[in-house]
Design a protein around this ligand. Structure first.
Ligand code: ADP
Length: 458
C-alpha cells in the first residue's frame, strides 16, 4: 500500500498531516464561531424578552409590542392554551415560536429550537420567560433566527473545502520541493546505471555546494575513481600474470616437442631436467600469486603478538647464508601479526639481500617513533631512487636481476609490501650511508599493558 517513490510518500505524509492539523483547527473555528454567534443572539433575545416580560408584569406594556430590532427579534406573548395575545409586528399572525412552557420553578429558559427538514430547516435562539408563578401566567418568547449557514451545514462545508484546498496546497508544495531536491539524485542514479552498463571512466554529475547530495555525488565519483583504477590494476595484473606464466610454458612445450620429434638428437635426461625446472618456476609463480591473493583476507583473528627481534633472530639462524650477516636486535619489539606471513616477508628481503650483496648483510630491529622498525641492508649495487617504488610492483625485475638470471618470480617485494600493509605497516627502500639497498619495515608496536595491583580493603 505504501507508495514506492520517496516523492509520493513524502507528499502523502505532508497531505495527511496538513489535513489532520487543519481539520482540528477547522473544528475549533467552527465551534468558536457557533458559540460566538449563538451567545450574541442570545444576549439580544434576553434583553428584549426581559424588557417585554417586565412590561407585562408591571402592566406598563400598552398596545402592540414595539420592535426596536427591525423585525430581527420576534417577540410573542402567549397565554396557556397557546394563543398569541401580543407580538411585535413581524411576529404577529404567526403560531407561537416555541411550545416549551417554562415551569413556575424555572421561569426563564433559553435554548435553540429547530423546525422543518433540510434544506428548509430553520433554527431559532429562544428566550422564554414565564412572567409570574401564577398557574395562568403568560409566557414571553423572544427569538432570533440563526443564520442559515449555521443551520444547513454551509459553514462546515466551507471549512472542509478550505481544509482540503490547503492540504492540497501543502501536498503540491511538498511534491515540488521533494522533486527539486531529488532531481540530482535521479540524475546520479541514471548515470550510475549507465556507468555500470557501459564504461567505468564516466562520472556522475556533481551538484555545486556542500549538501548531502553533493557529498553523495563526490563520494560516488571517488568510489568510481578507485574502482576504475582497481579494475585497471587487476587487468594489468591478469595480463602480466598470463605473460609470466606463458614464458615457461612456451619453453617447456618447445623442449618437449623437440624431444618428441627428434628423440635421437636429444638427451632425454636433460630434457626432463629442463622440464622440471620450468615446472618448478611455474609452480613458484602460481604459489606466489595465490599467496598475494590471500594476504589480508584472514582479518585480525589470525594475528598474535610476536616479538619481531626474536622472529628475525630465529629466521637468520635457520638460513645458511653465503654472506656475512651482522645482527643488531633490540629486546622485546612486540607487534601483532600472522607469524607465517612475517617470516615470509623477512625471508623475501633476506633472499634478495643474499642475491645482491657483495659480501655482507646487516639486519637491525629497533623501536623508532613508537613503531617497530626492521631494516635489511646489503652492500650490493643498490636500487636507484627512480626504481625504489617500481620494484614493489608485481613482476618488476630490474636489469641487474635479469642479467644475473636470479630466477626470482618478480613477486617477492610485491608480496612483502602487501604483508606489511595487511599488518597496518609500511615497507620502503631508504637511503643509507654506503652503497647497497636498505629495506625498512615499520609496524605498529603492541603496547603491553601492565595490570595495576587491585587495592584491597579488609
Ligand atoms: P625477484 O623475484 O626478482 O627477486 P622481487 O620482487 O623480490 O623479485 O624484486 C624485484 C626486483 O627488485 C628484483 O628483480 C631486483 O631487480 C630488485 N631488487 C630487489 N632486492 C634488491 C636488492 N637487495 N638489491 C638490488 N636490487 C634488488
Amino acid at each position: 500500500m505504501r507508495p514506492r517513490s520517496i516523492r509520493a510518500r513524502d507528499t502523502l505524509i505532508a497531505a495527511v498531516i496538513a489535513a489532520l492539523v487543519l481539520g482540528v483547527a477547522a473544528m475549533g473555528v467552527d465551534f468558536a464561531l457557533r458559540t460566538r454567534i449563538e451567545t450574541d443572539l442570545l444576549q439580544g433575545t434576553q434583553v428584549e424578552g426581559r424588557r417585554v416580560s417586565g412590561g407585562v408584569r408591571d402592566g406598563t406594556l400598552e398596545g402592540q409590542i414595539a420592535d426596536e430590532t427591525r423585525g430581527r427579534i420576534l417577540i410573542q406573548v402567549v397565554e396557556p392554551g397557546g394563543r398569541v395575545t401580543n407580538a411585535t409586528p413581524a411576529a404577529t399572525d404567526r403560531p407561537p415560536v416555541s411550545r416549551l412552557w417554562p415551569s413556575s420553578n424555572v421561569r426563564v429558559r433559553d435554548y435553540i429550537e429547530c423546525r422543518g427538514v433540510w434544506p428548509n430547516r430553520e433554527c431559532y435562539v429562544v428566550e422564554a420567560i414565564r412572567v409570574s408563578t401564577a398557574p395562568d401566567s403568560v409566557v414571553v418568547y423572544a427569538s432570533e433566527r440563526l443564520p442559515s449557514y449555521l443551520v444547513n451545514g454551509l459553514l462546515e462545508v466551507g471549512l472542509a473545502t478550505a481544509v482540503l484546498l490547503l492540504a492540497g496546497l501543502a501536498a503540491w508544495i511538498t511534491w515540488r520541493i521533494v522533486g527539486r531536491t531529488l532531481g540530482p539524485v535521479e540524475a546520479i542514479r541514471a548515470q550510475l546505471a549507465e556507468i555500470s552498463a557501459t564504461d567505468l571512466s564516466r562520472r556522475v554529475p556533481e551538484p555545486s555546494g556542500q549538501d548531502e547530495i553533493a557529498q553523495l555525488a563526490r563520494t560516488a565519483n571517488a568510489t568510481l575513481d578507485r574502482l576504475e583504477s582497481a579494475v585497471g590494476r587487476q587487468r594489468q595484473f591478469a595480463s602480466d600474470a598470463s605473460h609470466e606464466l606463458r614464458t615457461p610454458i612456451t619453453a617447456l612445450r618447445a623442449n618437449l616437442e623437440d624431444a618428441s620429434m627428434h628423440p635421437d638428437d636429444n638427451d632425454l635426461r636433460a630434457v626432463v631436467e629442463s622440464a622440471l625446472r620450468d615446472t618448478d618456476r611455474l609452480e613458484s609463480i602460481v604459489t606466489d600469486l595465490l599467496l598475494l591473493a590471500r594476504i589480508g583476507t584472514g582479518g585480525t583473528a589470525a594475528q598474535e603478538p610476536i616479538d619481531l627481534a626474536e622472529l628475525a633472530d630465529a629466521e637468520i639462524r635457520r638460513r645458511a647464508s653465503g654472506r656475512k650477516v651482522s645482527v643488531a636486535l633490540a629486546g622485546r619489539v612486540t607487534v601483532r601479526g600472522v607469524r607465517m606471513q612475517l617470516v615470509r616477508l623477512l625471508g623475501n628481503l633476506l633472499d634478495n639481500a643474499d642475491r645482491y650483496a657483495e659480501s655482507s648483510i646487516t639486519v637491525e630491529v629497533t623501536r623508532e617513533d613508537g613503531q617497530a622498525l626492521l631494516t635489511v641492508t646489503d652492500d650490493g649495487v643498490g636500487i636507484a631512487p627512480a626504481d625504489r617504488e617500481r620494484v614493489f610492483e608485481r613482476f618488476t625485475r630490474l636489469d641487474t636481476a635479469r642479467s644475473r638470471d636470479a630466477g626470482g618470480t618478480g613477486l617477492g617485494l610485491a608480496i612483502a609490501r602487501e604483508i606489511a600493509r595487511a599488518h597496518g605497516g609500511t615497507l620502503r627502500i631508504e637511503d643509507h650511508a654506503s652503497s647497497g639497498a636498505r629495506f625498512a619495515l615499520r609496524l605498529p608496536l603492541v603496547t603491553t599493558l601492565r595490570r595495576l595491583p587491585s587495592a584491597r580493603t579488609r
